[in-house]
Design a binder for this molecule. Structure first.
Ligand code: T3D
Length: 261
């Protein structure tokens, strides 16, 4: 099935999902939200894919909900339905992908578009990009996981400042505040993303997926719980062929060739 609102392609173990409604700054409509989840399903079932990159076409990453989508924002019920049926499952599916996900933020990421970027594992942003908690500007509250990720990444003081004021946060400040992994010059975003994706694609994917589980939610666990979780996850990692390969490669003083997914 061809997609209407996104592009999905893959090569060399790297899938690239491009939000593709540039005339509306890649804002989400229901079709796009469904297609993104379908893309995640395809990625999950393709064992050759080891990394996912999410980016936007044109000058924006994503402007959040399409504020002109007929019917979407007509009533409190339609808004709640949109979140329960579309946004929340999309963020849940994204977080449960067992491979590294990079957001390559090529331009403004606003509202739920910002939430989508922050739900990814590593965020690379072009210097001209910005992150906007646009919700307060239209009388809404942060959603699609924004109120979860934001304080965990930058702390409550900065999270509240961003969410209550809705000012654009430039990519360089986002990096300085720890909101994102790196801010790079605009003309390097594609090459930096490609280099990062290739590096991750060459690593032990199962171990990276288990590492995501260890770090994700760690702030909500006690030390005892975390130590037990680490032991469980490490036992799983130690049972992979990639661990055997990594160990053998170290002992034989050669580069490892990881193949598990
Ligand atoms: O259940 C629910 O639905 C609730 C879920 C809510 C989730 C949310 O995401 S709520 C937040 C929704 N998003 C926003 O409020 C952001 C709205 N957009 C903006 O504030 C600005 O456009 C940006 C800061 C993102 C970028 O500003 P700028 O100056 O670079 O661009 P612009 O001129 O404002 O926009 C360019 C065009 O894109 C323009 O169309 P035109 O005039 O050229 O025909 C504009 O209307 C359109 N556009 C931008 N954002 C959206 C949009 N069209 C529909 N929906 C948008 N979100």
């Amino acid at each position: 099935m061809a997609f209407q609102t996104i592009l999905l392609d893959s090569a060399d173990g790297i899938a690239r999902l491009t939000l593709n409604r540039p005339e509306r700054l890649n804002s989400f409509n229901r079709v796009m939200l469904v297609e993104i989840r379908e893309a995640f399903e395809r990625i999950k079932s393709d064992s050759s894919i080891r990394v996912l990159v999410i980016t936007g076409s044109g000058r924006a990453f994503c402007a959040g909900q399409d504020l002109q989508e007929p019917g979407a924002l007509d009533s409190p019920e339609s808004v709640a339905e949109l979140l329960h049926k579309f946004y929340n499952p999309m963020i849940g599916d994204l977080r449960s992908l067992e491979l590294p996900v990079i957001a390559a933020v090529n331009g403004v990421a606003a509202g739920a578009g910002c939430s989508l970027a922050l739900a990814c594992d590593l965020v690379l942003a072009a210097q001209s990009a910005s992150f906007v908690q646009a919700f307060c500007r239209i009388g809404l509250v942060p959603d699609a996981g924004g109120s979860f990720f934001l304080p965990r990444l930058v702390g409550p003081a900065r999270a509240l400042g961003l969410a209550l004021l809705g000012d654009p946060l430039p990519a360089a400040t986002a990096e300085a505040w720890g909101l994102i992994w790196r801010c790079v010059p605009d003309d390097s975003l594609a090459s930096e993303t490609d280099a990062l994706a290739r590096r991750l694609a060459a690593q032990a994917t199962r171990a990276l997926a288990l590492t995501k589980r260890a770090i994700g939610g760690a702030a909500n666990r006690s030390l005892d719980q975390q130590l037990n979780l680490e032991a469980d996850l490490q036992a799983k990692a130690a049972g992979t062929a990639d661990f055997r390969e990594g160990l053998a490669a170290f002992l034989e003083k050669r580069p490892a060739r990881f193949t598990d997914r």
